[in-house]
Each structure stands twice: as structure tokens, then as C-alpha cells.
Write a protein that binds this ligand. Structure first.
Ligand code: AMP
Length: 248
């Protein structure tokens, strides 16, 4: 079984994003970029399935600028077998990514596509669901555990207040939640080996997909600065404060 793992290049999670002065977006100049953390978990899960003998090949895919090749090399260094870069300098929306992934899935026929639950750059949480709809295949989103059971996959999903277990006929779409696993670091020898692994570069036009945005960003702004808290002497004072606010 082949596993397709889409990985997105995003601002490193340790970096505090800055909004551009003109409010048109987030400033990416000279900012450290890395693989979306949920996608590292997706790559790790695919590798674990391969190590268990449940998968034979892992194909990493990224839609993004030429530099997204670095993100793909990271996936290859972790243990993916080959990679496909769909190169574009456009800001791609989840629907466009899902359409490209559908075309790749039609070509590659993976048993599983494992995506991140969401990209920390735009927090859309849409691509996996859109891909499942376009392919007409079942989806298990926000996976906490993934287990192969013959031609089915059993996914425990993180939902409000607990875990929901679903059994999906493969091919299926899975998206990862944070607790699914702890991704490995790529070792230096594997980083060197990854340089020799195949990485194909394509364009959206190769898959007949139009990347033109369907959404228009009106404005991007910093969140409002939080007001400082206030310490009160005792419970009675607290009750008085709450009453004064008119919420009790
Ligand atoms: P989103 O719907 O943007 O929150 O992203 C959910 C998941 O879809 C990500 O964690 C990735 O696995 C995948 N994805 C989104 N955008 C891209 C992209 N440009 N290239 C590759 N995978 C992507």
C-alpha cells in the first residue's frame, strides 16, 4: 500500500508572526520556515505504518514555492521514499490544494492520504475534508490513533470530551491531531541520503488545476492587546466587582 503525505511549508511554530505594515498579510521576509507541525506527525505516522509492514511506499507532496523542496527533503530525511513539488509562488487556498491532491491521488492510487489536521499558517482545517469530498472517499479527521485492519483503517478521533472510533474502507483520508505520535528527528546520515531520493517538480497546470484564489483577504491585523488583570483582596471584593460588571 502506498501512502500520500501532503506537507506544507509554514512559518516555524517558534516564530511570532508579524503583520505587514499595510495590513495585507503576514510578513514572511527573513522569517524561519519549517514543515507544518501536524504534517511532521503525518509523515511520522506513515513511516510507522511502513515499519510495521502495513505500507510499502511513502510519497510526500507539497504545493508551494521552490523553497518548499526543503520541506520535502525533510520528509525524505525522516523516511519518505520520494517527493513531488507542485511549484507555485501564488498563495494557494485549501480548495486548490485539494484539487491538486485529488489529481495526484488519481494517478498514484494511495491506500491512505495522511494530512495534517490544519496548517498553522492559515488555520483552515479544510484541505483533508475537501480532498475526501472530491475523491468521494471516507475521512477520519483529528486522528489520535491509526490502525490498519485488512482493507479498513480504524481511526480514533479526538472530539470534544473524548475519542470517537471510526472504521473506514480504504482508500481513505486521515488527518492528524497532536497526540497521534511524536515525530522523529532526521539523523545526519538520513539527511545526506535524502539528497539522493527522487523529487519531481510539477506545476498546477500539469494537473489541470486553476490556482486562482476564490477568497479575498480584506485585512490582516494583530489581535487586540489584552487588558492587564487586577488582584482583589478577598471573595467579597470579587463578588462586588462581578456585580459591578453586570454579569452576575
Ligand atoms: P489546512 O486545510 O490549510 O488547514 O491544511 C490541512 C492540511 O492540508 C495540512 O496540514 C497539510 O497536510 C495539507 N496542506 C495544506 N496546504 C498544503 C500545501 N500547500 N501543500 C501541501 N499540503 C498542504
Amino acid at each position: 500500500m502506498k501512502i500520500l503525505v501532503p506537507v506544507k511549508r509554514v512559518i516555524d511554530y517558534n516564530v511570532k508572526p508579524r503583520v505587514k505594515a499595510d495590513g495585507t498579510g503576514v510578513d514572511l521576509a527573513n522569517v524561519k520556515m519549517s514543515m507544518n507541525p501536524f504534517d511532521e506527525i503525518a509523515v511520522e505516522e506513515a513511516i510507522r505504518l511502513k515499519e510495521k509492514g502495513a505500507a510499502t511506499e511513502i510519497v510526500a507532496v507539497s504545493v508551494g514555492p521552490a523553497k518548499a523542496a526543503e520541506t520535502l527533503r525533510t520528509a525524505l530525511a525522516m523516511g519518505a521514499d520520494r517527493a513531488i513539488l507542485i511549484e507555485t509562488d501564488e498563495d494557494v487556498e485549501p480548495l486548490a490544494v485539494a484539487k491538486i491532491l485529488k489529481a495526484i491521488a488519481d494517478e498514484e492510487a494511495p491506500g491512505l492520504v495522511i494530512l495534517g489536521k490544519q496548517s498553522i499558517s492559515d488555520d483552515s482545517n479544510q484541505t483533508g475534508q475537501m480532498l475526501a469530498a472530491l475523491l468521494g472517499r471516507p475521512q477520519g479527521t483529528g486522528a489520535n490513533t491509526v490502525e490498519i485492519d485488512g482493507d479498513h483503517v480504524i481511526v480514533k478521533r479526538e472530539v470534544d470530551g473524548g475519542l470517537q472510533t471510526v472504521r473506514l474502507a480504504m482508500p481513505a483520508i486521515v488527518t492528524t491531531d497532536l497526540r497521534l505520535n511524536e515525530p522523529r528527528y532526521a539523523s545526519l546520515p538520513n539527511i545526506m541520503k535524502a539528497k539522493q531520493k527522487p523529487l519531481a517538480t510539477k506545476t498546477a497546470a500539469d494537473y489541470g488545476v486553476d490556482l486562482a484564489p476564490r477568497l479575498k483577504t480584506l485585512k490582516v491585523a494583530e489581535p487586540p492587546v489584552r487588558q492587564a488583570g487586577e488582584k482583589v483582596a478577598d471573595v467579597a471584593a470579587l463578588v462586588e466587582k462581578v456585580k459591578a460588571l453586570g454579569i452576575a
